[in-house]
Design a protein around this ligand. Structure first.
Ligand SMILES: O=C(O)[C@@](O)(COP(=O)(O)O)[C@H](O)[C@H](O)COP(=O)(O)O
Ligand SMILES: [Mg+2]
Length: 426
């Protein structure tokens, strides 16, 4: 038997091997804690230690995490605080392979509420091969552009009918028709539209897909629908089956509000049907908005990729209406190799309109999705014109042309530029 205390979880000479999960935290120790004592408590409480000295079998310590790096660090708005970047290495045996809730209960669990730290934020993770490959990853990722659409390497386009909820099924489907025939690739449900009486799920599915088929016939282009299946676990699986049955290529899930266990279940079912998964991140800002506490959007995106979503909202590189964190950095991680797992297509959304597309593509490149709700349906001439304007802007920018010239050929784009210019809505 060996006695273990907090101090046993600190070893600044420890060099993680390639089977360990390495996490980077931003930590502000409490007044009565040194950086070392705070770091050891982070490693201990996120693996298998606690506040009292324990007598344990030697093998138990094989599951113990190690705080192996402490560097001074500052984050926005906290320059006057003593902050540190604390690196913690977790042994593979601590984790149940393929179980994301269990992993998060370790690295983003109780430690976020410890009194030993005034602030703590999980900033980044280096996922080792054994753990990473115990998750399925995406089925399609950026491949959706060619496997579902004939979009080549241009951004794919999407629109959410606005108002977010309250439209009838017929109105919703009609908006879809106008958007698709206006040149957009995807109709998308809003994050809070599920199976309410004014627009029931199955009716919305069948009527929207009927309009989709008409639009495909008229345009000769592939079109699809980000159908929101968010609900209870069993409801979601039923809705995924319904989507497949009716010939939809995608489902959309509010991944944060549903929880990762549900996302993993949906991923399994989507594999069975060959459906792509669009991840909406509603509620992410509850834990990633403040730079000094919580869990970063970078880590949320990493978790989503491992769990197998094909597309996820990562912000507009600060061009839109919502606060964003490091869109470009997160996107680069979603494209990068991850032990052979597929990549993910980032979706830019939130206050976008045609006038913002050039700067967006400048900052984020063309391997993205561009979603505009207000930026399409708020067009002075309505949805169809708004869709034509967005598509014309995306096509022009993807071809390296300026949108002012494109606006000469597409009056709907000219109207959009007159209306919104290149302003960021507030
Ligand atoms: O409800 C909305 O606000 C949107 O439908 C955008 O509408 P607009 O196009 O009309 O702005 C999306 O949910 C947000 O973009 C989500 O945020 P994020 O992409 O940052 O996760
Ligand atoms: Mg929305």
């Amino acid at each position: 038997m060996v006695g273990i205390t907090y101090e046993d979880f600190l070893d600044l000479d420890h060099d993680p091997d390639d089977t360990e999960l390495v996490c980077a935290f931003y930590v502000e120790p409490a007044a009565d804690q040194s950086p070392e004592s705070a770091a050891s408590r982070v490693a201990s409480e996120s693996s298998n230690g606690t506040w009292a000295e324990l007598q344990v079998e030697g093998s138990v310590t094989d599951l113990s995490a190690t705080a192996c790096g402490i560097e001074e660090a500052t984050v926005a708005g906290r320059a006057d605080r003593d902050g540190y970047r604390v690196t913690v290495a977790y042994p593979d045996a601590l984790f149940e392979p393929g179980n994301m809730p269990q992993v998060l209960s370790c690295i983003a669990g109780n430690i976020l509420g410890m009194k030993a730290v005034d602030r703590i934020r999980l900033q980044d993770c280096e996922w080792p091969e054994p753990l990473a490959t115990s998750f399925p990853g995406p089925q399609f990722g950026t491949g959706v552009r060619t496997e579902i659409f004939d979009a080549g390497d241009r951004p794919i386009t999407a629109t959410v009918p606005k108002p977010k909820v309250g439209l009838s099924t017929a109105q919703h489907a009609q908006i879809g028709y106008e958007a698709w025939t206006g040149g957009l690739d995807l109709l998308k449900d809003d994050e809070n539209l599920t199976d309410q009486d004014f627009n029931p799920f199955e009716d919305r599915l069948t009527e929207s897909l009927a309009m989709r088929d008409r639009a495909e016939d008229e345009t000769g282009e592939k079109k699809s629908y980000l159908l929101n299946v968010t609900g209870t676990g069993s409801d979601m699986l039923e809705r995924v089956d319904m989507a497949a049955e009716h010939g939809c290529e995608y489902v959309m899930v509010d991944v944060v509000t549903c929880g990762w266990a549900a996302v993993q279940q949906v991923r399994e079912r989507c594999e069975h049907h060959g459906l792509a998964i669009h991840a909406h991140r509603a509620m992410h800002a509850a834990f990633d908005r403040l730079p000094d506490h919580g869990v970063s959007m970078r880590v949320v995106a990493q978790i989503a990729r491992l769990c197998g979503v094909d597309q996820i909202h990562t912000g507009t590189a600060d061009l839109g209406k919502l606060a964003n964190e490091d869109t470009v950095g997160i996107n680069e991680w979603l494209y990068a190799d991850l032990h052979g797992l597929a990549d993910v297509l980032p979706m830019a959304s939130g206050g976008l309109h045609p006038g913002l597309v050039p700067e967006l593509v400048d900052r984020c490149g063309t391997t993205i999705g561009v979603q505009a709700g207000g930026g399409v349906h708020g067009h002075p001439d309505g949805t169809h014109a708004g869709a034509k304007a967005l598509r014309a802007a995306v096509d022009a920018v993807a071809a390296g042309r300026d949108i002012e010239t494109a606006a000469e050929e597409t009056p709907e784009l000219a109207t959009a530029l007159e209306t919104w210019g290149t302003e960021t809505p507030r």
